[in-house]
Design a protein around this ligand. Structure first.
Ligand code: ZN
Length: 169
């Protein structure tokens, strides 16, 4: 495994629409392993391909007992609405408040071998999944703020508590 460099907002790759994966060759397993490792080291709960400068439709997420890697993900069902805070490994030092997301989603996509999968997600995990899928379309949480004052800098205290709050994706 290897740790990849996480790019930040000055890199235009983050704003591109990522490409669909058509060929599922064995190199994708290494990519997924690297993404999990990079995410763990960075203290995040989700990471999308574009964040490591790979403009392809894949994300990984790990939260509580959920651990998934999904290629070509699509939201097939979304229910309810919740507002909550979000951070992003590609926007270090900032948190967005009151970001609207569906409370419950069903996503479909493919696993690392190309096998079709469906993943239901609720609550915080659903928020992570929606945040990551946004990355594949070049969308960042700062685009979803209702009010500019909902973007704020994180305090040192919050950085210390990051592990517990797990808002950095
Ligand atoms: Zn992010």
């Amino acid at each position: 495994m290897a740790i990849r460099k996480i790019i930040t907002t000055e890199n235009p790759i983050l704003r591109q629409k990522a490409k669909k994966v058509h060929r599922f060759d064995p190199s994708l397993q290494k990519l997924v392993d690297d993404m999990f490792e990079t995410m763990h080291i960075a203290g995040g709960v989700g990471l999308a391909g574009p964040q490591i400068a790979q403009s392809i439709r894949v994300f990984v997420a790990e939260y509580e007992d959920h651990k998934i890697a999904v290629f070509n993900p699509e939201i097939v069902k979304a229910e309810g609405e919740e507002v909550g805070p979000e951070g992003c490994l590609s926007i270090p030092g900032y948190v967005g408040e009151n970001i609207r997301r569906a409370a419950k989603v069903l996503i479909k996509g493919q696993d690392v071998r190309g096998k079709p999968i469906r993943v239901p997600a609720e609550g915080w995990f659903a928020r992570i999944v929606q945040h990551e899928i946004d990355h594949l379309d070049g969308v960042l949480f700062i685009d979803r703020l209702d009010r500019p004052e909902d973007l704020r800098e994180v305090t040192d205290e919050e950085i210390a508590e990051e592990e517990e709050t797990a808002i950095i994706e």
